[in-house]
Design a protein around this ligand. Structure first.
Ligand code: SAM
Length: 309
């Protein structure tokens, strides 16, 4: 792969060059898949992903991880596989709802999953007829995903177009070359992504989404309020993720000051709304609620729409 167009400082502390799901930031895709597997098997699931456990089992890095809460000795009391996994289940559900509703409202037939990882929405959701789902992630992650899904003979419910590229490179060019139509409405998602990117790559991502979006298009993304990152470094979510599965999230997050992406979109004329996960836990009657020393306290889900004139 050529030189990066943005964010030339070594980002993500040593993950530079790690392409697959076995190391660096790619392994976080397996963690989210394990959480979705656990959610899927709950009697009161918020979202179902029948493919998730197959990813977990297929990768040596995660083959021994639980895929049901019953396999976790302390069950829901476990900060990683209990509360944090439920967080991912809630996030999956909320963003499923956002995508389907936004596609409908925008009259869109194309959706772009930025940092798609092991997201199986192309296979899970009832998309409008003629819909295309573009999945952008690095080649190693997408290769692993295809190998597992091919082995399951999984059938997508939309035309699915993988776009293997690093989001620090010229991904807009690759997306358009893959068939994305910037003259038609689109819906975009950056789920669990932006805090891993260098600040310049995040700014470029927001600029690019704006440039490629027609009026009526929509974008959802997740951010972490910067002040909280170090304040909660000893929170049970971070320490249990490091101790139990060896993923040090704070080292994987990009260390640079974050851009104000919601504010940037407002300046570009988009409307935005910002929510805490807890808003949705209350709405759904399940999911994480605030607690002391809480790594989730600073998580925000932003829903943005480019208004019609
Ligand atoms: N969005 C997916 C989900 O919620 O299941 C995956 C989330 S996972 C926590 C983060 C994903 O971002 C990984 O799949 C990783 O490979 C991807 N990612 C991180 N940095 C990236 C980059 N510079 N270019 C492309 N993908 C990147």
């Amino acid at each position: 792969m050529g030189g990066h167009v943005v964010g030339t400082t070594p980002a993500n502390n040593g993950t530079e060059g790690v392409e697959g799901v076995e190391g660096g930031v790619g392994v976080t895709a397996l963690m989210v898949a394990a959480a979705r597997a656990i959610e899927t098997h709950r009697h009161d699931f918020l979202a179902r992903d029948v493919y998730a456990e197959h990813f977990v089992r297929a990768a040596p890095a995660s083959a021994g991880w639980p895929v049901r809460i019953q396999q976790v000795p302390d069950g829901d009391a476990n900060p990683l596989w209990g509360r944090f996994a439920r967080y991912f289940g809630l996030r999956t559900r909320v963003l499923d709802d956002f995508l389907l509703q936004s596609m409908h409202t925008a009259g869109a037939h194309q959706v772009v999953l930025l940092g798609a990882g092991l997201d199986t929405r192309a296979f899970r959701l009832d998309w409008p007829r003629g819909c295309v789902v573009f999945e952008i992630d690095r080649a190693g992650v997408l290769d692993f995903k295809h190998k597992v899904l091919d082995g399951l003979s999984a059938d997508p419910k939309a035309a699915r177009v993988p776009v293997p590229i690093d989001l620090r490179d010229d991904w807009a060019g690759a997306l358009v070359e893959s068939g994305f139509d910037s003259a038609a409405p689109s819906v975009w998602l950056a789920e669990g992504l932006l805090f891993y990117l260098p600040a310049a790559a995040e700014t470029n991502l927001i600029d690019t989404v704006d440039r490629l979006s027609t009026q009526g298009s929509a974008l959802a993304f997740e951010v972490k309020l910067e002040k909280d990152l170090m304040e909660y470094r000893n929170s049970p979510i971070y320490t249990s993720t490091a101790d139990q599965i060896g993923i040090d999230l704070l080292r994987l997050f990009d260390g640079e000051p974050r851009p104000d992406s919601a504010g940037d979109l407002l300046d570009k004329g988009w409307s935005t709304s910002m929510h805490t996960p807890f808003d949705f836990s209350r709405r759904h009657g399940r999911g994480p609620l605030p607690e002391d020393n809480d790594a989730l306290e600073g998580n925000r889900w932003v829903f943005a729409k480019k208004p019609r004139s």
